[in-house]
Write a protein that binds this ligand. Structure first.
Ligand SMILES: [Zn+2]
Ligand SMILES: [Zn+2]
Length: 426
């Protein structure tokens, strides 16, 4: 096997592992081969190893291996974070000596910034508080969002932490703590992504995506100029009239000319779409006012709706809140207008069951229910990037300001839906 084939295979293997580790658990990929491969790598292979061990050593090592496996799978440890850091640092160490001398002053300036930023955002998202729910932070997080009576209901206590679960929070089984607006536990940063560090995580994705694209494109130009030493007519786009063989021979020469530059360029070009894809997925989550955790819960609701087991009815705005379970006031500018419940057998719940007023109405699709946490892309973005932003005061100020009719119109468009739902039910 030639050096180039080995490099290409190594790069492919790293890209593939990165891809599966990044994307394998995304809800959108639940029924695809990627999710299956993710399970093969993380579940089937480890259990096969355990089964073989059970047979060979009569289970003597199983307990130890099991403990080790649990630690690797579910423990909080920086293995993947170190792998990520090594990939960045070793890549830069192999790449820069070949490319730096050819870079213009401008590229050296922007290149230095794009090298430093991923480290900075990695540190901030890994080291920062993701929004851990503690007795000190509890009251503040309770007043951030109202319960939506669909994904989050008042009165639920975390069995481990012993605290009332604030709306949009989730207990992280890896970190063994409740995290406010929990998105997911990310092994690359060895931390949860939640209310406190979601903006750093998005910036980490953005800066890594820019770095891999920038490095890939600069690397390609280095590869091309190396190939041009053999034939000045070489271009990255196959020149017209050249045979594939001619073109590939020179391209291979360009890549092999400096193995460090060539292999890191290939790695950067292959991982770049993955990082951009993950960034796009998170921008999509912000656009739809949800989190990875909540999008999975909505998918479960969709299954209930497909089975005809989901029902809703109106929740009046003037309902009485139990101060023991709900914050008397939240900074969120909208309040829940609906209750969503599921029944086992698809019969509507009893009229007196649960909160809300009026008849229970069967719901067939997610478009028929309101996502309370979606204020529109701009405000959702503000919610991610401006911690503790006082939405309610801002909305009230905007409503009294005739200059800003746009925001007023948007809020007004939500209000009729809410009032018509209440009106139809009462
Ligand atoms: Zn908890
Ligand atoms: Zn966690």
């Amino acid at each position: 096997m030639g050096v180039l084939t080995q490099i290409a295979l190594g790069v492919l293997a790293i890209s593939f592992m990165t891809f599966v580790a990044f994307f394998g658990r995304l809800p959108a990929l639940r029924h695809t081969p990627i999710a299956w491969m993710h399970r093969v790598i993380w579940v089937y292979i480890p259990s096969a190893i355990l089964a073989i061990d059970q047979r060979l050593t009569s289970g003597r090592l199983t307990t130890g291996l099991g403990r080790f496996g649990t630690y690797v799978m579910y423990g909080r440890h920086p293995t993947v974070l170190i792998f990520f850091l090594l990939l960045l640092t070793v890549g830069e160490y192999m790449y820069l000596p070949g490319v730096w001398p050819r870079m213009s002053l401008m590229h050296r300036f922007f290149g230095s910034i794009s090298i430093v930023l991923p480290y900075l955002f990695l540190y901030l998202s890994a080291h920062g508080d993701p929004g851990v729910v503690t007795p000190t932070s509890h009251a503040r997080y309770m007043s951030h969002y109202p319960y939506d009576f669909a994904l989050f209901h008042p009165g639920q206590t975390c069995r481990t932490c012993g605290l009332l679960k604030p709306p949009r929070s989730k207990h992280c089984s890896v970190c063994k703590r409740c995290v406010h607006k929990m998105d997911h536990h990310c092994v690359f940063i060895n931390n949860c992504v939640g209310y406190g560090n979601q903006h750093w995580f998005i910036l980490l994705l953005l800066s890594t995506a820019v770095l891999t694209s920038y490095g890939g494109i600069l690397g390609l130009s280095a590869v091309a100029s190396a190939a041009r030493t053999q034939n000045p007519a070489f271009t990255l786009w196959k020149p017209a009239g050249w045979s594939w063989r001619e073109y590939l021979v020179l391209l291979t020469f360009g890549i092999q000319d400096d193995v460090g530059v060539g292999s890191v360029t290939l790695l950067a070009l292959m991982t770049s779409p993955l990082v951009w894809g993950l960034l796009a997925y998170h921008v999509y989550l912000i656009w739809s006012g949800t989190t990875t955790n909540e999008s999975m819960k909505w998918q479960d609701w969709q299954l209930e709706m497909d089975d005809g087991c989901a029902f809703r009815r109106a929740l009046p705005a003037d309902r009485v809140r139990d101060p023991q379970y709900e914050a008397p006031w939240t900074r969120w500018p909208v309040d829940p207008v609906q209750v969503l419940v599921r029944t086992e057998d698809g019969t509507p719940p009893a009229p007196g069951a649960g909160p809300g007023v009026g008849e229970w109405e069967r719901v067939w699709g997610l478009r028929d229910v309101e996502n309370l946490y979606d204020l529109g892309f701009w405000d959702n973005l503000v919610d991610v990037f401006v911690p503790n932003y006082p939405f309610r005061q801002a909305t009230e100020a905007a409503n009294s300001d005739l200059e800003r009719g746009k925001r007023r119109a948007k809020k007004a468009s939500k209000a009729p839906r809410a009032s018509s739902l209440v009106a139809a039910a009462t």
